[in-house]
Design a protein around this ligand. Structure first.
Ligand SMILES: Nc1ncnc2c1ncn2[C@@H]1O[C@H](COP(=O)(O)OP(=O)(O)OP(=O)(O)O)[C@@H](O)[C@H]1O
Ligand SMILES: O=P(O)(O)OC[C@H]1O[C@](O)(CO)[C@@H](O)[C@@H]1O
Ligand SMILES: [Mg+2]
Length: 467
């Protein structure tokens, strides 16, 4: 097998300099990634789910995971732009001032992404790169000054969790942010790392820039530990969260297993979506009951969680419950409180289950030793694990000499240089693509209770329905 050089050697090409059509190092602007396919000719149904299933040929719309895009289940193809470096760039690197901002909650991998963006920008020849401190707030708070970024500054930041730039919720309105971008700072590329709220903000900033006819690229990188962004295989930090959750689950298991009639309860993140809880439960093999926001359950009553816990105590001697923070909110009193970004503040379902379990076992006169673990912030503050780290690091290596397989975070820089704006980057069916922001934040991506993955989780825990 011969080694292929990633950078063209001048003597490889006639005239000593490769023409774009001879140098196969760039993404063609017309390259596309297939997002969904949906077809019903006669009895044959081929439907691709939102992500990752484009290669499945379903034989019936009732097959697990099958999904029709339109009500008639007609042939529909959805394509998105393939991500990667373009032969023609839209910005002159020496005229670019790029800024990076991280908003919302923390997520493992933020520093890796910041680092990769800076390194890739420098490779393009950009020298003016700054970090906006503490999320969107950094655009309005006069006491916060922007942080100059360079390879030297970001070299080792991936070795720790958190965000070099800091994060925040809430902050200034869109108009104020664009004033700051345009007038105060002269920013021409803004890289926005955040979840659905941040992306809603990024889209609004993009629209305002267009309204003002500003030549500014607004590019998102979806950051959500909950993995709740639509159309993408997964988002960075999710893998790390699932892995870190294993420690908490294992501790809960050991506590429960070592106690007489021990019950361990672990609450994991997941405001709307139970992906972390589902995957962590599956990975651990130590969970008896997994509760997620998408699947309603009763705590009390003959089919409720508490009756099943009693059964587990009687048959196994101990039990471990994994509950996502957004699960069972209908069982709790609403607070009507919101955080600075307007997100509803939930009551603590983990604490509630702990209290109700203690109460229930006392009432029925059965001894139970209940231990509750909430590892939320320990998980969120972690540095990215190897898988999430590779997700960034390999991209960085590719970014050193642009080639067609430069992907993901490096790609968002390519996206900006290609003149894209109002887009976000992600992996879809293992390929990297640019997505229009409104499409990916239309609603949170949810665990499908009819999916194979949820069924696998139920098989792994052995739990019944709690309704
Ligand atoms: N609809 C919106 N329009 C403009 N800006 C928004 C909107 N929603 C949220 N934002 C802003 O985006 C930032 C982050 O929002 P939010 O706190 O909801 O976190 P997030 O991006 O969803 O991340 P996380 O996954 O951690 O919750 C905040 O500064 C908030 O003011
Ligand atoms: O306590 P904070 O910072 O508001 O963040 C909590 C939220 O952040 C998330 O981890 C998402 O970033 C949610 O799962 C959770 O509801
Ligand atoms: Mg959010």
């Amino acid at each position: 097998m011969s080694m292929t050089r990633r950078t063209p050697r001048t003597n490889d090409f006639p005239g000593n300099y490769p023409l774009d059509e001879d140098w196969h190092g760039y993404i063609n602007d017309n390259d596309r990634v297939l997002l969904k396919v949906c077809l019903i000719p006669a009895n044959v149904v081929m439907v691709a789910a939102a992500s990752g299933d484009a290669t499945i040929h379903y034989s019936s719309p009732t097959s697990a995971g099958a999904e029709c895009i339109d009500p008639g289940c007609n042939w529909v193809e959805q394509w998105v732009h393939r991500a990667g470096p373009r032969g023609k760039i839209y910005f002159k690197p020496e005229e670019v001032k790029a800024a990076i901002v991280t908003c919302g909650g923390l997520c493992p991998g933020l520093n890796d992404v910041i680092r990769q963006i800076v390194i890739t920008l420098e490779i393009y020849g950009v020298t003016k790169i700054v970090g906006i401190p503490y999320g969107y707030r950094g655009f309005s708070d006069q006491e916060l000054t922007e942080l100059p970024l360079s390879r030297r500054v970001v070299q080792n930041i991936h070795l720790s969790g958190g965000s070099l730039l800091g994060v925040s919720r809430g902050g200034p309105g869109v108009s104020e942010i664009v004033d700051s971008l345009e007038v105060e700072r002269g920013i021409t590329m803004l890289f926005v790392l955040g979840g659905n709220g941040t992306h809603a903000g990024a889209n609004a900033i993009h629209n305002e820039c267009r309204k003002r006819r500003l030549k500014v690229s607004i590019i998102g990188v979806p950051k959500t530990i909950d993995n709740d962004i639509l159309l993408m295989d997964k988002t960075f930090g999710f893998d790390t969260a699932v892995e870190e959750a294993q420690r908490a689950i294992n501790s809960a298991y050991i506590e429960a297993h070592s106690a007489y009639h021990g019950i361990g309860i672990v609450k994991l993140m997941g405001r709307d979506s139970g992906f972390i809880a589902m995957h962590a439960s599956l990975a651990s093999g130590q969970i008896d009951i997994c509760l997620i926001p998408e699947v309603p359950f009763n705590l009390h009553g003959p089919r409720g969680v508490l009756s099943y816990l009693k059964y587990l105590i009687e048959t196994k001697g101990s039990a471990v419950v994994c509950v996502a923070e957004g699960a069972g909110q209908n069982l709790l009193q609403k607070t009507n409180a919101t955080d600075a970004s307007g997100n509803p503040v939930f009551r603590d379902i983990g604490v509630y289950i702990q209290q109700e379990t203690k109460k229930h076992f006392k009432e029925i006169g059965v001894h139970a030793d209940v231990k509750y673990i909430d590892p939320t912030y320990m998980i969120r503050a972690c540095r990215a694990n190897a898988s999430d780290g590779i997700f960034c690091t390999v991209l960085a290596q590719n970014a050193v000499s642009p080639s067609p397989d430069i992907v993901a975070f490096a790609d968002i820089v390519h996206g900006a240089f290609a003149g894209y704006s109002g887009i976000t980057v992600g992996a879809c069916n293992t390929h990297y693509a640019y997505f229009p922001i409104p499409e990916v934040i239309a609603h949170p991506k949810l665990v499908d209770s009819n999916s194979r993955m949820w069924h696998r989780c139920l098989t792994a825990t052995g739990q019944p329905d709690f309704i």
